[in-house]
Design a protein around this ligand. Structure first.
Ligand code: ARG
Length: 458
């Protein structure tokens, strides 16, 4: 007999039973479900909807179930559909008819909305701590590589010299924003929908605020229809997770490029690389590639839930049962990725000499040569044109800008003086960019300090 079986003349088809049951995946919410039920039961007793003694019996029964589920001794039933009815059924089996009072003034619709909020709240905390660890590692690496010169790129063509610290600190900024988004979402989801009932609230004098306080929530939802049909918080989380994965994916893509034989900027630790079944020489950056690949999964989770929610009339619809697998998959995927990227970065070997050598070629100091001329009074656009012609000449001769002599330069223009060569030295090009946000070691050092501060506040 179903908990809702009263108005039915025959049972659910076996096929349907299997089709609509969610216990296979929503049993993951058992802890939140039982916590919510305990808070609800305590409140029912306090406001006198049930007796205090009954409330105590319910709470003891629920705590017993919690313990047994944790010990792995509880078998859930497909026939009881979902985690909510499985727990209620177990409770009544264990403590008798008083168990049937638990669901007074409550619906699975507000119950599941609560469970998912509580679940996401703790998973956001976990995700934030993993992301903070990764950010710490990047900060530490940046500190070590303030003077590791490397080429910066646009269009994957050499652009201007920077440092590895400056490059890594770009990811720190991204991850600080990701942390901020997660914090923001957590704040918004931290309210209780219990009391919304099926969709129209309830006539029982429930103390919604007390339930919220017991569950560590900051308040209650203000519209019962919205309380049961809002999944914005899950979508926000999935959107945050997607943006975070996009950042991880870009970082991993760079690691793949940098570890290629053509670049050789870094070597991945053996522990974070894999080999080939046929080519004995291979050492592949599979971990970084897989993180890049898993980004697609998380985007898929976001798209899945956006599509489920699109066009649903208020209030609850069974479609919404599809929210959980998307959320679970995204949670698992981002946490696994964060967990593996941190040590992969920490253990990689940086080939400073090859990076510094790369910083030199490709006329990465051409902008500085044009700037030199502009500082001596040549209009920048004209200087740009001049330097372009010098680059063309040098590239034909296989020379760098620093390989021409002072008299070569003076033959082009009398403005060139001895200080030219120090102005276009790679190190100087980096050190002179002291502007806020720029790559000079002292600027990046200050950026690390400010970012550490920001991290502490997230
Ligand atoms: N298992 C359902 C879900 O995950 C719980 C809510 C069911 N409510 C209902 N009226 N069928 O969404």
């Amino acid at each position: 007999m179903k908990l809702w079986g009263g108005r039915f003349e025959k049972g659910t088809e076996g096929l349907v039973e299997d089709f609509h049951s969610s216990i296979r995946f929503d049993q993951r919410l058992y802890k939140q479900d039982i916590q919510g039920s305990i808070a609800h039961a305590r409140m029912l007793g306090k406001v006198g909807v049930i007796s205090e003694a009954e409330a105590t019996q319910l709470i003891e029964g629920l705590n017993g179930i919690l313990k047994d589920v944790q010990a792995g001794t509880v078998e859930f039933e497909i026939g009881a559909e979902d985690i909510h009815m499985n727990v209620e059924k177990l409770l009544t089996e264990r403590i008798g008819p008083v168990g049937k009072k638990l669901h007074t003034g409550r619906s699975r619709n507000d119950q599941v909305a609560l469970d998912l909020r509580l679940f996401l709240k703790s998973e956001i905390d976990q995700t934030k701590s993993l992301l903070a660890q990764l950010t710490q590692t990047l900060l530490k690496l940046s500190e070590e590589h303030l003077e590791t010169w490397m080429p910066g790129y646009t269009h994957l063509q050499k652009a201007q010299p920077i440092t590895l610290a400056h490059h890594l600190m770009a990811y720190v900024q991204m991850f600080l924003r990701d942390l901020g988004r997660l914090k923001d979402t957590r704040k918004r989801l931290n309210i209780s929908p219990l009391g919304s009932g099926a969709m129209a609230g309830t006539t029982f004098p429930l103390d919604r605020e007390q339930v919220a306080v017991e569950l560590g929530l900051d308040g209650v939802t203000l519209n019962s229809l919205d309380g049961v049909s809002d999944r914005d918080f899950a979508l926000e989380f999935l959107a945050n997770a997607s943006i975070l994965m996009m950042h991880l994916s870009r970082l991993c893509e760079e690691l793949v490029i940098w570890s290629s034989g053509e670049f050789q900027f870094i070597s991945m630790d053996d522990g974070y690389s894999t080999g080939s079944s046929i080519m004995p020489q291979k050492k592949n950056p599979d971990v970084a590639e897989l993180v890049r690949g898993k980004t697609g999964r998380v985007y898929g989770d976001l798209m899945a839930l956006l599509t489920v929610m699109k066009g649903l009339p208020l209030a609850y619809n069974k479609d919404m049962q599809e929210d959980k697998e998307a959320v679970f998959d995204a949670v698992d995927t981002i946490q696994k990725c964060l967990l593996v990227v941190e040590p992969m970065l920490r253990t990689m070997q940086v080939h400073r000499d090859i990076m510094a050598f790369g910083a030199k070629g490709g006329f990465t100091n051409a902008t500085d040569l044009a700037d030199y001329m502009a500082k001596k009074g040549v209009p920048f656009r004209e200087a740009h044109e001049f330097v372009g012609r010098i680059v063309l000449h040098c590239s034909k001769e296989g020379l760098g800008l620093e390989d021409l002599s002072l008299s070569d330069y003076q033959a082009i223009s009398p403005i060139f003086e001895e200080d030219l060569f120090s102005s276009i030295g790679i190190e100087h090009c980096v050190r002179a960019r002291k502007i806020t946000g720029g790559p000079s070691p002292e600027t990046v050092f200050e950026g690390i300090r400010l970012s550490r501060q920001a991290l502490d506040e997230l």
